[in-house]
Design a protein around this ligand. Sequence first.
Ligand SMILES: *Cc1c(COP(=O)(O)O)cnc(C)c1O
Length: 364
Amino acid sequence: MAERVYNFSAGPATLPLPALEEAREHFLALPGAGASVMEISHRSKEFTAIIEQAEQNFRTLLNIPDTHKVLFLQGGASMQFAMAPINLLQNTGKPADYILTGSWASKAIKEAQKVGETRVAWDGKADNYVRVPKQDELDLDANAAYVHFTSNETIQGVEFFEEPETGGIPLLCDASSDILSRPIDVSKYGILYAGAQKNFGPAGVAVVIISDEVLQRVSDGLPSILDYRVMAENASLYNTPPTFTIYMIMLVTKWVLEEIGGLDKMHALNKQKAQMLYDAIDNSGGFYKGHAEPDSRSIMNVAFRLPSEELEAQFIKEAGASGLAALKGHRSVGGCRASIYNAMPIEGVQALKDFMDDFMAKNG
Ligand SMILES: *Cc1c(COP(=O)(O)O)cnc(C)c1O
């Protein structure tokens, strides 16, 4: 078998080895089913147990209250950029407030603009999206249908560590790149959604955690496949879901629960990993420059630059040759980005930190 590298890809991203190994072991035949999980009915008792376990793992990890449903929907987070306003904004006569902290929030508002009236509650663009806003910088409309924010901007590497206060207006959050990285209070959210392929599985599913109160606000007459109420009434089985992806999500969330020991421990580990890289940046005498301001630094995506584009290209190439893969930054920010999601082991981060110190010693 080919060697596995330390994979710093932003997404689809590295997965926990024990989850991959269990999937490999049962790839041809799931115990009790005599067939692969990909070959059985989504209404079979074996698959029912899998999707229920995946939901239960989310509920346990995030301590999700009974007031919220957990849905597994296709179309990724981008589908939610459209689905949320179609369900909750269209024909309300109200605006929706969007907090623009980077590339993903900007994509979210573009979809909402096609459906209804939007407002920009804060825009970090003038500063090149280097931080998240403070509460008193937000310009929120008391009549808004909802407030939308992006808890972690995967490309810019800026992250919220406290939810915006909305004064009772439903709070919607795209948590695609930091869900399950730390504990949060789900009762504060009207909708918390995230694509799987950063922090909890392969591509193909978004988890959508939605409050009953928000479900009651859904517009009538929507196409069934786009209607949160239909998806909730059918427990995500209105049509055939991506069964293999949901199986992997069940295994990855089981790993966070049983092998890591829950989100407090996951958070401690994630903070430790991020600190190692930010220390390497801060102690480099300006050789490495972080994109984010210190208060907003993401613990999942560390975006940084080197003194020149030539050095950046050399860094990425030599890192790759040392088994540290996918460190190229997104073209909109440039430079390098290390995505260090839950499944990136601390050994991988240590190897990157050592490489950074070495590279600077040779080229600084
Ligand atoms: C990756 C990402 C998305 C897009 O996810 P898809 O599943 O490709 O639609 C949206 N928001 C954030 C924060 C992301 O990191």
